[in-house]
Write a protein that binds this ligand. Structure first.
Ligand code: AGP
Length: 609
């Protein structure tokens, strides 16, 4: 999730762009850059790290211009570095672009251009677009862009400038936000509202397929076939704080609602259900090694550990590989039996958790292959692991992890299927089936998120309870643990996640009228067993709140409150069933007046042991 800003008008473009990028820093920054046109020459400045490094460089060597584009990067392809920072140019240095999104077919596009001798300076997917626009350029930047986008697959928000047409910015969007700020004698583009608010409240929200040509006093929007598109201009009355949260009250709520897109961004370009294909370009495990993996260890902390617990079901059911899951702070001291045939999977949103990093280093010292599932390129764990699968969730600002968890589950699901397919444990038909299940998840979550009033109402009823019990079985037992953690973290209510089958071995003694029990009871091979656990709890006076499939009629008279979710295949169900539990914790925390985004005693990344 990167930040884009562009300007054309009478002001100093560098000043407008830097200020705009600053407002978008919450979208992530591991590098930043700016390109302006002065006297038909392109000036580019890029820097690694925080935006202040770019500002310092521009203060040292200032440049004044009336047109330019800028970018703060949250890397998805290619490590954070100056050469990978945006903007990117074509080989003749006449066209420059900034991009937010993921170009799925950039490898094949780049290979085709390299056959004609084109050289690439970066590892990014973005650079190939600059080359293609130049290839199609015949003194019309808009037409060259239209031709280019007819060849490109994936998501993009683009800002494009050409030194030979210094009076216009071309921009385009597909599955990544881009807004035009409408001024008087000046116009702007940006990934998000906060960058535009200091200059204008009149905005045009581009839709998928829109390509716009913007001058200082004119905006033309077209589609790829050059048809004129009319887009309504909106007047935005948000203040800056509201705008940074996209209008949501908290970052956590915004991140919960981002999940359909972040799950899609994590599988985009990696899975092709119709062909039954998986491509995880960052993982370079050799086929022979995969065939001989003796066992898998999955190691992480907190929410990431619960994602690891789900992955055990995937590795053992799909790939038939014995899998153990351990908490990093335990793993590193227990002398685990590891050898060069052990694959150690390390999960960490931040990539900086001290215990998890130590566990990675222990695994490497024992000669194991290590694979990280991480959300931050350039983080310690992502750099030190031999292989990495990045979740493309963008920065997770809320301390309580939500979109990172479902991003981890998505990445682990894809990897387990890829492993199983390479080990010949899944037929192509089975692979297509499972990939299709994942492909359909974002839409099912979007459907669920359209109507969360029932969760809000339940939260209001139970917000003042002292203790909660969360129950789940099989693949949803880890989700019960995660749901309990969410509630603990942000509402400070004691909550315990438990394997539903374990209730009669002691915890059932806890149950009385004062204790709500949240149970995950979606269609599964353990459905009947979980129902009987619920009946045991209800018979002892417990109040039962269930997360169940909307098609399930039987559950209604066995529970007191129901949160209905769309049905999914069992193995992807945790990605769905966790969503209502995230929301339940969120709304309870809000009712209690807790600090949702920065809960007491917690840090976003535990970099100390
Ligand atoms: C989850 O909501 C917490 N913020 C915490 O448990 C977190 O998952 C844990 O600290 C691991 O962090 P990491 O994924 O960045 O390694």
């Amino acid at each position: 999730m990167c930040g884009i800003v562009g300007y054309i008008g009478k002001k100093n473009a560098v000043d407008v762009i830097l200020k705009g990028l600053k407002k978008l820093e919450y979208r992530g920054y591991d590098s930043a850059g700016i390109a302006v046109v002065v006297d038909k020459e392109l000036y580019i400045r890029r820097s690694v790290g925080k935006l202040c490094n770019l500002s310092a460089s521009l203060e040292k060597n200032p440049v004044n211009a009336n047109i330019g584009i800028g970018h703060t990067r949250w890397a998805t392809h290619g490590k954070p570095s100056e050469e990978n920072a945006h903007p990117h140019m074509d080989p003749t240095k006449s066209i420059v672009i900034v991009h937010n999104g993921i170009i799925e077919n950039y490898v094949e596009l780049r290979a085709k251009l390299q056959i004609y001798g084109q050289e690439f300076k970066s590892e990014t997917d973005t650079e190939v677009i600059a080359h293609l626009i130049k290839k199609h350029y015949k003194n019309n930047l808009l037409h060259a862009t239209q031709k280019t986008l007819s060849e490109v697959r994936g998501s993009y928000a683009l800002g494009i400038v050409c030194k030979d047409e210094p009076d216009k910015i071309i921009c385009a969007r597909r599955d990544a936000p881009l807004i035009i700020g409408v001024g008087k004698g000046e116009n702007f583009i940006a990934s998000d509202i906060p960058a535009l608010l200091p200059y204008t409240r009149d905005m045009i929200f581009l839709e998928n397929g829109d390509i716009a040509e913007i001058t200082a006093d004119k905006i033309i929007i077209k589609d790829i076939k050059d048809n004129i598109i009319n887009r309504e201009m909106k007047n935005i009355q948000w203040d800056a704080a509201q705008a940074e949260k996209d209008g949501y009250k908290h970052f956590m709520l915004k991140e919960i609602f981002e999940q359909p897109r972040t799950i899609e961004d994590t599988f985009r370009g990696r899975i092709y259900p119709d062909e039954g294909k998986v491509y995880i370009e960052e993982v370079k495990l050799k086929e022979e090694y995969i065939r001989n993996i003796s066992n898998i260890y999955v190691v992480a902390c907190g929410t990431a550990y619960y994602a690891g617990l789900v992955s055990r079901f995937l590795f053992e059911n799909f790939s038939k590989i014995p899998t153990e899951v351990d908490i990093a702070s335990e793993f590193r001291y227990r002398e685990p039996i590891l050898n060069e045939k052990t694959l150690v999977v390390i999960i960490s949103q931040s990539g900086e958790t001290a215990d998890t990093l130590a566990a990675l280093r222990l695994a490497k010292s024992k000669g194991c292959q290590t694979l990280a599932v991480c959300n931050v390129l350039g983080s310690s764990i992502s750099r030190e692991a031999m292989h990495v699968i990045y979740t493309h969730c963008g920065p997770e600002i809320g301390v309580a992890s939500t979109k990172a968890f479902t991003g981890q589950l998505t990445a682990l699901y894809i990897f387990a299927l890829d492993l199983a397919s390479k080990k010949g444990k899944l037929t192509n038909e089975e692979l297509k089936k499972y990939l299709k299940e994942l492909w359909e998840i974002p839409l099912k979550i979007s459907e669920f998120l359209k109507n969360t009033e029932s969760v809000q109402a339940i939260a209001k009823v139970f917000a003042h309870k002292r203790d909660f019990l969360y129950l789940g079985r099989y693949v949803n037992y880890p989700v019960a643990l995660e749901g309990a953690l969410k509630l603990k973290e942000i509402s400070y209510i004691h909550a315990e996640g438990y394997a539903a089958g374990e209730m009669k071995h002691g915890p059932i003694a806890l149950i009385d009228e004062s204790m709500p029990i949240v149970a995950i009871v979606v269609e599964s091979k353990v459905y009947e067993k979980t129902i009987s656990n619920i009946e045991e709890a209800k018979a002892r006076g417990g109040t039962i709140i269930v997360v169940a499939n909307e098609s399930d009629k039987e559950i209604r008279d066995k529970s007191d409150y129901i949160i209905c979710v769309p049905k999914t295949d069992e193995f992807v169900s945790p990605i769905m069933t966790v969503i209502p539990l995230q929301l339940l914790a969120y709304y309870i925390s809000v009712f209690l007046g807790c600090d949702v985004d920065q809960p007491r005693n917690l840090a976003k990344s535990v970099t100390v042991e």
